[in-house]
Design a protein around this ligand. Structure first.
Ligand code: SAJ
Length: 408
């Protein structure tokens, strides 16, 4: 059996590689980060995720190895970062282009190259096909291009790998069917076949849909705050309507997906994306809304120094150890710009020191604290409600249920 070479062993590539190995495929995981590869080869995981330990053990019992080298084989899965350029809002395809070229250097004739990373619609046509054609290779004969965007949510990735429906975009149905069969080795849900552009667009649309809906909840929170209405009560009631399902307001939208992907559409279609752009702006402005609200609550309670205030949560959302685009980091940046740092920070899932004022221990964080701002609703804080009850609480995630807690 030939190996599947999974390129990029991050939040998506690693669980995907493990799932293929668990299901009996021969897998080689490649990453340019030697430290990460060495760690995986020692049997150590690189991030926290529900169920990933068991998956790792099951995969290691089968045929999987980790290396910095690309393999000569006939099947590649690419899962690399796809950031956006802040000034233009367009995708920066540099990682995709690099790994595609590294694959083209070694792959067998007739190999299938599956791109799992989320990309702006048109990336395959505009950036990947030219790299292949530059080499005189014929797409559909020498190499086959496929886009199979991932859909798994951090916090529930292992379950969703098996039970989420998937999309396979390919130039020919024959290749799409072959790739479908491959993913069906572990994916128990429907696998939909389409063309590459539709697969690219539908993935970006899914995350944009969620961003817009979160923005709606965040805008409602601001309207309600302005006139002293309870946004949570209003959403709870509105959601009893059979066709209404409003999401939860929060301190901002973090992570590397929802806060990034809608920009691809804004960057490529600036004249056609006023709603999408407005939603991004609303969500991006939430850390500033939290800062102002935090200062108001401090004033009302005669707290004069930020040193008596603690931000709980650095991760971008509950029960993960990923801080990319985290609302807390955004809030800290604004606090620094306003020349008033000194605030304490704690996150039980972040075990490396990342910011000034960060406590590595909950007790140290709680010492002399007068006010806590809950930025992330980790299970940990729900288990320590008695400890924080005596404090002034600003609960941006509405997780405490205390009458005296201030909400967004
Ligand atoms: N958030 C809110 N209110 C909500 C829901 C979320 O403020 O009601 C915030 C979260 O706190 C977080 C951010 O939004 O800061 C994003 O969190 P998320 O849980 O909504 O999504 P991600 O970014 O972890 O994962 C998303 C998922 N996409 C969709 O649900 C459409 C996931 O399925 C994708 O695979 C993933 O993006 C991805 O990799 O693209």
């Amino acid at each position: 059996m030939k190996a599947i070479n999974v390129i990029g062993l991050g939040y998506i590539g690693l669980p995907t590689a493990l799932m293929f190995a668990k299901s009996g495929q021969k897998v080689v995981g490649t990453d340019y980060n030697k430290e990460l590869v060495d760690k995986l080869n020692r049997g150590e995981l690189t991030f926290e995720e529900e169920g990933i330990e068991d998956l790792f053990q099951a995969a290691r019992k089968n045929d999987i190895e980790f290396t910095t080298q690309y393999q000569k084989t006939d099947l590649y899965i690419l899962s690399v970062p796809t950031p956006f350029v802040r000034s233009s809002k367009k995708i920066d395809p540099v990682y995709v282009i690099n790994v595609v070229n590294n694959v083209l250097d070694v792959c067998e004739k007739d190999a299938i190259l599956i791109l799992e990373s989320t990309v702006s619609p048109g990336t395959m046509d505009n950036f990947v096909r030219p790299e292949v054609e530059k080499r005189g290779l014929v797409i559909g004969e020498d190499i086959h291009l496929v886009h199979a965007p991932e859909r798994i949510i951090p916090g529930n990735m292992v379950y969703e790998l098996e039970y989420n429906s998937r999309t396979i975009g390919a130039d020919s149905m024959e290749i799409a069917e072959r790739v479908k069969e491959l993913y069906a080795s572990f994916c128990k849900a429907e696998i939909v076949l389409t063309d590459i552009r539709s697969a690219e667009m539908s993935k970006v649309v899914e995350n944009t849909f969620r961003d817009i809906n979160i923005a709606f909840a965040n805008e409602l929170a601001q309207i309600c705050r302005n006139d002293n209405m309870d946004v949570y009560e209003i959403i709870r009631i509105a959601n009893r309507h059979p066709r209404v399902n409003i999401l939860n307001p929060g301190p901002g939208v973090g992570g590397h997906c929802i806060s990034v992907d809608p920009w691809f559409l804004v960057g490529d279609y600036p004249e056609l994306t006023s709603l999408i752009h407005a939603a991004r702006d609303i969500n991006d402005a939430m850390p500033e809304f939290v800062r102002k609200r935090m200062l108001t609550i401090m004033k009302e309670n005669n707290i004069t120094s930020l040193e008596k205030v603690g931000l709980y949560g650095l991760a971008y959302k509950e029960n993960v150890d990923d801080v990319r685009e985290s609302p807390t980091l955004q809030l800290l940046t604004i606090l620094e710009e306003n020349m008033n740092p000194g605030v304490k920070v704690f996150d039980p899932h972040i075990r490396r020191k990342m910011v000034d004022g960060q406590c590595m221990d909950f007790e140290e964080f709680m010492k002399d604290l007068e006010m806590i701002v809950i930025m992330v609703g980790h299970d940990h804080i729900k288990e320590h409600l008695d400890r924080i009850k005596p404090l002034i609480i600003f609960d941006t995630k509405n997780v405490t249920g205390f009458d005296h807690a201030e909400l967004l």
